[in-house]
Design a protein around this ligand. Structure first.
Ligand SMILES: Nc1ncnc2c1ncn2[C@@H]1O[C@H](COP(=O)(O)OP(=O)(O)OP(=O)(O)O)[C@@H](O)[C@H]1O
Length: 240
């Protein structure tokens, strides 16, 4: 038990979040003590985005606790969030990626150099002086990922980062995420893509109707889901 506690990096206890009188998240509790990618799955409206936003501190919870339990607490608060629709600025791609460093007070030259390296890391091969708004959907997601990675976050949240992307762009983003995971960054990510979840998941959090229905190690979840809801979801059934 004592050994387990040492490896826990995030713990939620009875987290409940209400909006307009409705419980969007109900009594969510789990401990994460795995270094693999954490995949948040579940049907539309299950609460995946809300859970990610709540853990990141963008949503106020009504009750319960969210506790980062790393020894170095400041380290676990070095976080970045890649939204489903990337936030775009009226800037060039390179300046957009460099923006978080500029906010940190890094001079323009070194920040742009770091941005070029981050673009390279995520496989963004476009002319980086282009305005960011002309990028394709896949390129925008890579730009958002490069911007999120530029400050070397300890925890990286991604909300459906590959929605609407083709196989090639998805593969490149997945490869980047695996490299980032291997450097020790914790990744919590939502996806509807069961194939992607299967490829990436170290741990699965399966939500339905704002409740955590199943929390399992990735392979176990896909080979032998324990709950009726997860079984239905994974076999393409409709969860009503
Ligand atoms: N600010 C809000 N006010 C009222 N209801 C909200 C608010 N934000 C989210 N909801 C509701 O909470 C529920 C969960 O939303 P959330 O976006 O977290 O689900 P999701 O699992 O990410 O869905 P999807 O797969 O469709 O993106 C939905 O029914 C949504 O309408």
């Amino acid at each position: 038990m004592v050994g387990q506690r040492k490896t826990c990096w995030l713990e939620l206890e009875n987290v409940t979040l209400r909006r307009q009188g409705r419980a969007i998240l109900q009594d969510i509790r789990f401990r994460l003590d795995d270094t693999g990618i954490v995949i948040v799955m579940g049907p539309n409206g299950a609460g995946k985005t809300t859970l990610l936003r709540a853990i990141h501190g963008l949503e106020r919870i009504r009750s319960g606790t969210i506790r980062w339990c790393d020894d170095d607490h400041a380290d676990s608060l070095r976080q970045a969030f890649v939204f489903q629709s990337p936030v775009l600025m009226r800037r060039s791609v390179v300046d957009c990626i460099a923006y978080p460093l500029r906010l940190d007070g890094v001079a323009r030259g070194p920040a742009r150099k770091a941005a070029q390296a981050a673009a390279h890391e995520v496989g963004l091969t476009v002319d980086l002086e282009k305005p960011v708004r002309v990028l394709s959907g896949g390129e925008k997601q890579k730009m958002a990922l490069a911007r999120a990675l530029i400050r070397a976050p300890k925890v990286l949240f991604l909300d459906e980062p590959c929605a609407n992307l083709d196989g090639r762009a998805t593969k490149e983003i997945e490869e980047t995420l695996c490299r980032v995971r291997d450097t020790g960054t914790r990744i919590i990510m939502s996806t509807h893509d069961i194939g992607q979840a299967r490829r990436l998941a170290g741990t699965v959090l399966f939500l339905h109707d704002g409740r955590l229905v199943e929390h399992a190690e990735g392979t176990a979840f896909f080979t032998a889901p324990k709950t009726r809801e997860a079984q239905t979801y994974l076999t393409g059934g409709l969860l009503l």
